[in-house]
Design a protein around this ligand. Structure first.
Ligand code: HEC
Length: 201
């Protein structure tokens, strides 16, 4: 009886101590400075920087060559004074100019038919973007019947949905301008595997 009581107390004390240690650990983690290698180093003369979008798309980690923001959504990583991009920004640029530019204009600048995605991505989040891409969109109030097609069945689009999002996000933040990316990170192995599975499956 005495033994049980003692051990229960002991456990409570241990739990309390553990809780305090855990709390202290979390605080230390919060206070840790951001990983400098994840910071963008943009063109110092970039003209279209949107500070809010740029801050919201800051990378906090990189997983297999794919940069992620604080919500775990894919984002861009641009360094060398804006000259070198991550793989997905580069790939997204190419996919955009294969599948989307006919309606949305070169460099996501928009056209008389479809909106400038460099502006749309300032307010559309990742899941909204994915929803529109897969399901399409039609402005029911417009008299001229402009339609965003649903791409759910198009592998050349859906297998590169993250790439498209990352490129357009960089355009929306003003981190990437109206140019074709030159220097880029190597294609990550994970991107090769995912692409193969997606296109083949
Ligand atoms: C056939 C023309 C066409 C093509 C091709 C096309 N779109 Fe669209 N898209 C539109 C139109 C038109 C709208 C506006 C629809 C509306 O608001 O009702 C639109 C809207 C969008 C929107 C929502 C924009 C907003 O501000 O709400 C996104 C995101 C989008 N398109 C992404 C893409 C991507 C990415 C591609 C390439 C994979 C693509 N679109 C290809 C015509 C097109």
């Amino acid at each position: 009886m005495l033994y049980t009581k003692k051990s229960a107390l002991g456990m409570a004390a241990a739990a309390l101590a553990f809780g305090m240690v855990a709390t202290a650990a979390v605080r230390a983690e919060d206070a840790k400075p951001a990983d400098a290698s994840l910071a963008n180093k943009l063109d110092p003369n970039a003209k279209e920087i949107d500070d809010k979008v740029l801050a919201a798309s800051a990378a906090v980690k990189v997983e297999d060559g794919k940069y992620k923001d604080k919500d775990g959504d894919p984002t861009f990583h641009i360094v060398n004074d804006g000259k070198k991009v991550d793989w997905f920004t580069y790939s997204g640029y190419r996919r955009y100019h294969a599948e989307c530019h006919v309606c949305h204009g070169p460099d996501a600048m928009g056209s008389t038919y479809a909106p400038a995605l460099k502006d749309s991505l300032k307010h559309l989040n990742y899941s909204e973007f994915m929803g529109i891409l897969a399901g399409g969109k039609q402005d029911v109030n417009s008299s001229d019947q402009k339609v965003m097609p649903a791409f759910a069945d198009n592998k050349n689009v859906m297998c590169y949905a993250d790439d498209l999002y990352v490129y357009l996000r960089a355009r929306a933040a003003g981190a990437w301008g109206r140019a074709r990316p030159g220097e880029k990170e190597e294609k990550p192995d994970s991107a090769k595997t995912t692409e193969k599975e997606c296109l083949g499956g």
